[in-house]
Unconditional design. Structure first.
Length: 150
């Protein structure tokens, strides 16, 4: 199997069986975002304990890339500190735009999204969940996760 085919399988798997899909009722951070160009919608909920993401969920509708990216993002940020997440969001934006290669070990399944950089119209689809996460952390008291946002 080629690397491209493997990446496509990973994306399809996350789209068909999204991880951490649903509502997190006792969330400390809750944020919603829309990509007006294509209509993708994502809601992100985080439970923060001791400055780290203890639980994370997403829900929404959209294309395979936006849902797969959100699914992979939830797996990638669980257990990370809020500062680590801010840095990771910045790195992922550069990776998705083709500005940075990214560390394959750190990226894990997210490596499958690197091909999006070849399709500028799809970059916003892949970035939606990441931008919603970043916005939620900023609105939640500078990224502390100490107050709920809606």
């Amino acid at each position: 199997m080629s690397l491209e085919a493997l990446y496509q399988e990973i994306l399809l798997d996350h789209y068909r069986r999204p991880r951490n899909f649903g509502v997190l009722k006792d969330a400390d951070v809750h944020e919603h975002g829309v990509n007006p160009l294509c209509g993708d919608e994502i809601e992100i909920s985080l439970k923060v304990e001791n400055g780290r993401v203890a639980d994370v969920r997403f829900q929404g509708k959209g294309c395979s890339i936006s849902k797969a990216s959100a699914s992979m993002m939830t797996e990638a940020v669980r257990g990370k500190s809020l500062e680590e997440i801010r840095e990771f969001v910045d790195e992922m934006e550069k990776v998705l735009k083709g500005e940075k290669e990214g560390d394959p070990e750190q990226l894990g399944d997210l490596e499958a999204l690197k091909g999006v950089s070849k399709f500028p119209v799809r970059i916003k689809c892949a970035l939606l969940a990441w931008k919603v996460l970043e916005q939620g952390l900023e609105r939640a008291g500078g990224g502390t996760g100490e107050k709920e946002t809606t």
